[in-house]
Design a protein around this ligand. Structure first.
Ligand SMILES: Cc1cc2nc3c(=O)[nH]c(=O)nc-3n(C[C@H](O)[C@H](O)[C@H](O)COP(=O)(O)O)c2cc1C
Length: 355
């Protein structure tokens, strides 16, 4: 019996299945504001049957965008356009989620389809920040080292973003703590060489995250789930490790985090990543077992049986699909048919005549 279509209840939210639309930048916002593209893109995936539909990395402050087209939630003007997306997603019985983020030293880049390079001053580059003045790559700009006051201001910006996400009607909040962006860059000794309370020992490198999560949990409603995406390893010598991820997961569980979305890499360009189908499932399995917390997995999961096996074997509680969801928003319907769940079909009234 397959388990991919089992419901999952976390606090007050119930997902209709274990399939999540992984957050994916669309580079289609103007000044961070969600537009028609986002409504149609995310709305299609809710109609397609996913249990959780997640809005892309959404910047908690303007300079925390990866690209000029990235989504934002740093102002009042962002709330209503996002609320329109959340309303539609919920109307189609998916849980509406949003990933809040700060790009840190990987901010100020061009959209991938424009080359994905760091912007030049002529292209509108902005000042980037990080735990230490260490550039992401040889030719990347040097981030400005954050002062303790600035660290506190960004932590507050995460909490304010959570408040706005609540007002926009999102039911699920994920903090982006992976892929080399600001939070992950504090975790990794390869990007954090601070000598104050925010660098050095493990406790110091996770302090930014632990304090920020505490601030977010204090304002994010009790009945709504809080998740965090972590890069579980840097895949690089001298970098952040899976063992550290497990210890961090335990600490964050104590702070009221409900689920660890287990990803990897992105912190340094020289990482050696063994890419292949389900290559990060082991992270979710180990974190789930050792920290006793719900986990999500992501990374080259494309086949219904593959996704089902992960849930059935207790390796992860939630399976996120990214590129496969771009190829086919109806993947959940296809998976239900393939796994013999004929009773499971989300068909909006408008499409009933086809079924
Ligand atoms: C177009 C695109 C945009 C992405 N944007 C984000 C993002 O906003 N936040 C994030 O955590 N990961 C982002 N990712 C990574 C995906 O969520 C996912 O972790 C990765 O693509 C691996 O999953 P896949 O093999 O199913 O594509 C993005 C990936 C793609 C392809």
């Amino acid at each position: 019996m397959s388990h991919l279509f089992d419901k999952l209840s976390v606090r007050g939210a119930t997902l209709r299945n274990r399939i999540g639309v992984s957050p994916m930048c669309q580079y289609s916002s103007v000044e961070g504001v969600a537009g028609d593209w986002h409504l149609v893109h995310l709305g299609s995936r809710a109609v397609g049957g996913a249990g959780l539909v997640m809005v892309e990395a959404t910047a908690v402050e303007r300079r925390g965008r990866i690209t000029p087209g990235c989504m934002g939630i740093w102002g009042e003007e962002h709330i209503e356009p996002l609320a329109r997306v959340a309303r539609f997603v919920k109307e189609h019985q998916a849980v509406a989620g949003i990933q809040i983020a700060h790009a840190g030293r990987k901010a100020s880049q061009a959209a991938t389809w424009l080359g994905g390079h760091f912007l030049s001053p002529e292209e509108g580059a902005w000042e980037i920040v990080g735990p230490s003045p260490i550039p992401f790559a040889e030719k990347a700009p040097v981030p400005q080292e954050l002062t303790v006051e600035e660290i506190r201001a960004i932590q507050r910006a995460f909490a304010e973003a959570a408040r706005r996400a609540e007002r926009a009607g999102f039911q699920w909040l994920e903090i982006h703590g992976g892929h080399g962006y600001l939070i992950h860059s504090f975790h990794s000794p390869l990007s954090n060489r601070r000598r104050d309370a925010y660098g050095g020992s493990f406790e110091n490198r996770i302090r930014f995250t632990a304090e920020m999560v505490r601030g977010v949990r204090a304002v994010w409603p009790e009945e709504r789930p809080l998740a965090i995406r972590l890069s579980c390893t840097d895949f690089a010598e001298g970098g952040w490790t899976l063992e550290e991820t497990i210890e961090l997961a335990k600490a964050l569980k104590d702070e009221g985090v409900d689920l660890i979305d287990c990803s990897g890499g992105g912190g340094v360009p020289a990482a050696k990543i063994p890419v292949g189908p389900g290559y990060m499932v082991g992270f979710a399995r180990e974190v789930r077992k050792a920290a006793g917390i719900l986990t999500g997995t992501v990374g080259m999961i494309t086949q219904p049986w593959q996704a089902d096996q992960i849930v059935r074997n207790g390796e992860a509680d939630l399976v996120f699909l990214a590129r496969e969801m771009l190829r086919d928003p109806y993947w959940p319907q296809r998976a239900a048919a393939a796994l013999g769940h004929k009773e499971w079909a989300y068909v909006p009234s408008q499409y009933h005549r086809a079924h």
